[in-house]
Design a protein around this ligand. Structure first.
Ligand SMILES: [Fe+2]
Length: 241
């Protein structure tokens, strides 16, 4: 399985708080059948590290890869980021190509303030698409506009934007409304990917074993394969979905 959204690189954001925790997350992922993780530190999140593309990103990414090798952990880790999209600077970030896409593909993982109104979400996503990227919407089930009108996420799905649900939402760890919204999107087959969005080993751990029984209740075996293997693979290899 491939985990497309994971805050596993230590030192860069509010994810793994030490090299030791990052190694635990990597080993736990492997034990859970995840052989590939796209490392997606926050980008453009005000008040935290900005993680723009460039030397700082590649330095930390290389240090993390070296850490895994040093500890003999055979997890494949690929570069990426989770871009916090807001109106004040998204356009300049895109224009200046200051973003790291998922394994340097056309696919860009974007997140929003949870209270962003629907028309602003639409405007920002259209901007991402206009610059030639395919938006991968991180955890739409956590945004109030989608919780109030999940049909909007279905429209995005139909438009070709990628819908990525969080494991934690489906397991009810991120509130009942996020859980209900995520399960609605799953049952209507309007999601492309489920990812861990892991930050640590306690509250938001990586891996999918705990999720599989729930997926098996709601989804066909083929759809589960699409969510955890086929679609993430097509994204990291820059293919159409
Ligand atoms: Fe995230």
């Amino acid at each position: 399985m491939i985990d497309l959204h994971c805050h596993i690189i230590p030192w860069v954001d509010d994810g793994a708080e030490s090299a030791r925790i990052a190694c635990q997350m990597a080993e736990y992922s492997l034990r859970n059948g995840v052989d590939t993780i796209v490392a997606t530190p926050h980008c453009n999140l005000q008040g935290a590290r900005l993680n723009y593309r460039g030397k700082e990103y590649t330095t930390f990414f290389s240090m993390f890869r070296a850490l895994l090798i040093q500890h003999g952990i055979p997890l494949r880790v690929l570069p990426g980021s989770e871009v916090f999209a807001h109106g004040s600077n998204l356009q300049s970030l895109l224009e200046e190509e200051q973003v790291v896409t998922l394994n340097h593909s056309r696919y860009l993982l974007v997140e929003f303030n949870f209270q962003t109104p629907a028309d602003e979400l639409n405007r920002l996503l259209a901007m991402v698409a206009r610059y030639g990227y395919v938006p991968v919407v991180a955890h739409p089930e956590r945004y109030s506009a989608i919780q109030n009108a999940p049909g909007l996420a279905v429209q995005w799905y139909e438009k070709g934007y990628v819908i990525q649900l969080n494991k934690g939402s489906l397991l009810g760890r991120l509130g009942q409304t996020a859980c209900d919204t995520a399960r609605y999107l799953l049952s209507s087959e309007s999601a492309h990917v489920v990812a861990s969005d892991a930050h640590d080993m306690r509250g938001r751990p990586p891996g999918f074993h705990s999720l599989l029984p729930l997926l098996q209740e709601d989804c066909s075996p083929d759809y589960i394969h699409d969510l955890l293997v086929k679609n993430p693979y097509r994204i990291i290899t820059d293919q159409d979905l």
